[in-house]
Design a protein around this ligand. Structure first.
Ligand code: MF3
Ligand code: CO
Ligand code: CO
Length: 289
């Protein structure tokens, strides 16, 4: 029973973790309770950036496949299986599977779930929204991306939230320029979101990504200045992944240790790209061919 009498989400039952063929290389944290400490910086050579792009292309393609399948009646576990099959059929590993014990190959976050929803037997209904977050690991590098999908037609306020969350992500990405502090990104996102009175989630952030899944570099989506003052450099790689809500930014977590919901059960949307910053702009590394 994945929805309660008020239509709010409640935990469902999750299938067993999906199998990855043995020839596919695992990231180093699989089987550990936490990843080994990351010591590198967040800038990469051109050859490394091409490898992040190759991983990112697979993650993006998985989202294309998932998006084509989203419809009323499908479960989040079925969406996870589609993402999983896409990633492993291209020789990549779904980075979330076994990351700090996370059991699934994607995150599926429905309606008031902000992020890290675990795919289960929840049946999507007309008017729901579902964010699917896929990270692929290939040849030693991760590419991390998510999108929010509409299930059939959604209410006007939800439609606008989805469109504006995507726009907020792109504005944050465009603000990322060498010489600026990373806190410029959240300043731009929050300024835009506040025009519409949206909540801006603070405690889940963008991050450095590449040879590690989460490098330790934090990219807030709110105006954190003077904190988070890391200076952006050419060839830096990180994610921008704002979560905006129709209500407050306050959150709760389920007893599963993962699922994060808005405390007020307001609807929330998210988009994510992995980007590389260039001298004169940026490139998206999580795009399909
Ligand atoms: N892909 C998510 C991100 O954008 C991280 C998910 S970690 C998990 O950073 F363990 F919840 F899968
Ligand atoms: Co991310
Ligand atoms: Co992600």
């Amino acid at each position: 029973m994945p929805f309660d009498a008020h239509g709010h989400l409640i935990p469902g039952s999750a299938p067993q973790s999906l199998a990855v063929p043995p020839h596919i290389a695992r990231p180093p944290y699989v089987g550990l309770t936490a990843p080994p400490a990351y010591t590198g910086d967040n800038t990469y050579t051109e050859a490394e950036i091409e490898r992040i792009r190759a991983a990112g292309r697979i993650a993006s393609g998985a989202l294309d496949a998932v998006g084509a399948a989203v419809r009323p009646g499908i479960t989040t576990a079925e969406l996870d299986r589609i993402a999983h099959e896409y990633v492993v059929s291209r020789g990549a590993y779904p980075s979330t599977l076994g990351y700090r014990g996370y059991p699934s190959s994607s995150c599926t976050s429905v309606n008031e779930v902000i992020c890290h929803g675990i795919p289960d037997d929840t049946v999507l209904r007309e008017g729901d929204l579902v964010n699917v977050d896929v990270t692929a690991y290939l040849d030693g590098f991760h590419g991390d991306t998510n999108r929010t999908f509409r299930v059939g037609r959604v209410a006007e306020d939800v439609e606008l939230l989805i469109e504006r969350t995507h726009e907020a992500m792109m504005r944050g990405i465009r603000a990322a320029k060498p010489g600026r502090q990373v806190n410029v990104i959240g300043r731009v996102i929050e300024t835009y979101a506040k025009r519409f009175g949206y909540g801006v989630v603070r405690d889940f952030t963008g991050h450095g990504v590449g040879s590690s899944f989460h490098s330790g570099l934090i990219i807030p989506h709110y105006d954190s200045a003077p904190a988070y003052a890391d200076v952006i450099k050419p060839n830096m790689v990180f994610t921008v992944e704002p979560m905006l809500t129709l209500g407050s930014h306050e959150w709760d977590q389920w007893d599963d240790g993962w699922t994060v919901t808005t405390r007020d059960k307001s609807i929330t949307a998210q988009f994510e790209h992995t980007i590389v910053v260039r001298e004169d702009g940026f490139e998206l590394l999580t795009v399909s061919e």
